[in-house]
Design a binder for this molecule. Structure first.
Ligand code: KIV
Ligand code: NA
Length: 264
């Protein structure tokens, strides 16, 4: 049966963890969904891993639409989540128009990066039939404001503010919250504070779901690997086995381990 937002809510209610991975093409989408990964994210990380840019900022709407349509064709029942690229939701009007393009291409949900300012936009999308994931914490589209890719929510004030934003955005209609690179204790606090399923990346083991960039978890990404990444291909021999091992490790909460986690 196809995964829907209800499936994710049920996972949370049962206290079971669900898995998500990025894909950018039909081949990976089919392998990822057939491995039992619940959510496929067409991440704007494609600006880095496919296009070779040093940030996600150059990614355009047309490129996102193209990759969403490729993934939608390969998908075999996972929930398809699509990133809205940099400045495609700078105003609510732009967000409505651009989210519609991603939904028409085959997305089931869109993801926006930001904080409390996204409230009105999320409400407008939600009221018009577009499920939204609100991405908080290390939001890579803000790399120039952060002055680098840094763990977020480390001090008490920033942590309290993130909890507040998660609650506000849920109240505005966000169906899912995604937390990137935040201390595990803060992610656990947010997962408790909201009813919406919370997906983590570099956010510890106590979120409702986990996500990774597929090339990272296959050990394909050159250079220094982030703390939260585990290579599942090394121990599992094939791409298919690595994807299945990831889904199993997330569901059994053996991934992420302490070594993949940030402390405050
Ligand atoms: O673009 C992406 O791949 C993402 C995930 C890392 C959460 O936003
Ligand atoms: Na992204």
């Amino acid at each position: 049966m196809a995964v829907t937002i209800n499936t994710l809510r049920e996972y949370k209610q049962r206290g079971e963890a669900f898995s998500a991975l990025t894909s950018y093409d039909a081949t990976f989408a089919q392998l990822v969904s057939e491995a039992g990964v619940d959510v496929i994210l067409i991440g704007d990380s494609l600006g880095m891993v496919l296009q070779g840019n040093d940030s996600t900022l150059p990614v355009t709407m047309d490129q996102m639409v193209y990759h969403v349509s490729c993934v939608a064709k390969g998908n075999r029942g996972s929930l398809v989540m699509a990133d809205m690229p940099f400045m495609s939701y700078g105003t609510t009007e732009a967000a409505l128009e651009n989210a519609a393009k991603l939904m028409r291409a085959g997305a089931h949900m869109v993801k926006l990066e930001g904080t409390g300012w996204m409230r009105d936009t999320i409400q407008a999308l939600s009221e018009r039939g577009v499920p939204v994931c609100a991405h908080l914490g290390l939001t890579p589209q803000f790399v120039n404001k952060f002055g680098g890719y840094k763990v977020q929510g480390r001090d008490e004030k920033a942590a309290d503010l993130m909890v507040e934003h998660a609650c506000e955005l849920e109240a505005a209609g966000a169906d899912v919250i995604l937390l990137e690179c935040v201390p595990a204790a803060l992610a656990a606090r947010i997962a408790k504070a909201v009813k919406a399923p919370v997906i983590g990346i570099g956010a510890g083991a106590d979120t409702d779901g986990q996500v990774l960039v597929v090339y990272d978890m296959l050990g394909m990404t050159p250079g220094r690997k982030p703390r939260f990444v585990k290579n599942f291909l090394a121990e599992n021999g094939s791409v298919t086995n690595a994807l299945a091992a990831y889904a199993k490790a997330v569901s059994e909460r053996t991934f992420p381990a302490e070594e993949h986690t940030f402390k405050a």
